[in-house]
Design a protein around this ligand. Structure first.
Ligand code: ADP
Length: 161
């Protein structure tokens, strides 16, 4: 059985992430989205909130589940029985970091392969950090994130977060 683990911060989840999961759900038997709990990254929403936004947005996909993790990605993959680590690629900018991480993960666990899905061009310029900046300045968000995420970001921005 092919089982891909899609790790990331997802702070917040946006349509580029969701498109990667949707396409992966047609390629792999199972996809597990793993939300990184890394307080050092100063996330705007808690790991629980990020998990529930993802669960809501991905509810229609029967072979997709969402978990939290805090350690090494390869350990999380092994723990959930995933044989693939899935990452999305936007531009050249992502490439160096992703290759370095993939090679390190291969060193740590050669039985887990990293698989890259190239973003669709209409999502290539979307990132969580840009979405957060738009929210801060009150720009429209609905083209980039699900409605519930847009609402939460607007609420946080109005609270001055
Ligand atoms: P991380 O902090 O691990 O980079 P992110 O939440 O920013 O976590 O991203 C998770 C994954 O989604 C990464 O593989 C990233 O390259 C990918 N990704 C981010 N934005 C996009 C996008 N617009 N289209 C496709 N993949 C994306």
């Amino acid at each position: 059985m092919s089982h891909a683990l899609y790790p990331g911060s997802f702070d917040p989840v946006h349509r580029g992430h969701l498109d990667v999961v949707e396409r992966a759900s047609r390629i792999f038997d199972r996809v597990t989205v793993a939300v990184l709990e890394n307080p050092a990254k100063n996330p705007v929403s808690t790991a629980e909130e990020r998990v529930s936004f993802l669960q809501e947005a991905l509810a229609e996909f029967g072979n997709v589940s969402v978990v939290r993790f805090g350690g090494l990605t390869v350990e999380c993959a092994k723990q959930h029985g995933a044989n693939v680590i899935l990452r999305g690629l936007r531009a050249v900018l992502d490439f160096d970091y992703e290759v370095q991480t993939a090679m390190m993960n291969r060193h740590l666990e050669p039985r887990v392969e990293t698989f890259f899905l190239l973003t669709k061009s209409r999502y290539a310029y979307i990132s969580s950090s840009l979405v957060k900046q738009l929210a801060k300045f009150g720009a429209p968000l609905d083209d980039f994130v699900p409605a519930s995420v847009a609402e939460a970001l607007r609420r946080l921005a109005s609270e001055g977060a």
